[in-house]
Design a protein around this ligand. Structure first.
Ligand code: SF4
Length: 224
């Protein structure tokens, strides 16, 4: 049983990466290894869609190419720019605070240690791990509700915590799925797979490459 789970984990990583190389989505924030650009993308992407963020991302970075310039932003202009994403007042306030903290506490440089990243306004575990995975190739998962849905379905596991995202065991499980040294591609693969195939509603099981190992699928078709 343990051996089977181990094999399924390896197979999961292999299958999802193979799928991703054929179906990946391209967004401007995926082509950079600048930690400031990555954190801005993560902050903008919260509670909105990638399509909405795509409309303003390049303009945002051409207006505010560094934390120092963001710290000095005119708040009214910033709100206007952020309006298509919604919650523009809150977003503008947080982004300015973020710019100001990086400028004043970290001399304009985004820190590279998790403890320091988590001290930045608006930066949580997900965004901090995005920097560490995409910029520094650390084998860390970007665990969010979508990632959790995929691994719960495929491996038939269930978190005992009310907020699964706070479950240490789930983080450890997800981390073990990452092919060493390839966390960026793996994390992006899970993100795209959850959005395009293993969707919250109406997952495309019949077209899915995980069918052979997926507990959810086997349960739904009475697999023997
Ligand atoms: Fe998700 Fe269905 Fe694929 Fe399983 S078979 S991973 S539930 S889409």
């Amino acid at each position: 049983m343990v051996q089977k789970l181990y094999n399924d984990k390896e197979l999961f990583s292999k299958l999802i990466l193979e799928w991703w190389h054929k179906h990946k989505r391209d967004y401007p924030w995926r082509c950079t290894d600048d930690p400031y650009f990555i954190l801005i993308a993560e902050m903008l992407l919260r509670k909105t869609t990638a399509q909405q963020v795509e409309k303003i991302y390049n303009t945002f970075l051409s207006k505010y190419p560094s934390p120092e310039i963001l710290a000095e932003a005119d708040e009214d202009y910033l709100k206007e720019l952020l309006r298509p994403l919604g919650m523009e007042h809150k977003r503008a306030e947080l982004l300015k605070k973020f710019g100001l903290t990086v400028k004043e506490v970290y001399n304009g440089e985004i820190p590279s240690e998790i403890e320091e990243l988590l001290k930045l306004p608006g930066v949580g575990m997900y965004a901090a791990n995005a920097v560490l995975s995409f910029v520094y190739s650390k084998d860390l998962p970007l665990l969010d509700t979508n990632f959790i849905r995929v691994i719960q379905r495929v491996f038939g596991i269930k978190s005992e915590k009310t907020r699964a995202r706070d479950d240490k065991k789930l983080w450890e499980f997800a981390q073990k799925l990452i092919p060493p040294g390839d966390s960026k591609h793996f994390n992006l693969a899970v993100l795209d797979f959850a959005a395009l195939v293993c969707r919250a509603k109406n997952p495309k099981c019949n077209l899915c490459v995980m069918k052979e190992i997926c507990n959810y699928y086997k349960g739904s078709v009475g697999y023997r």
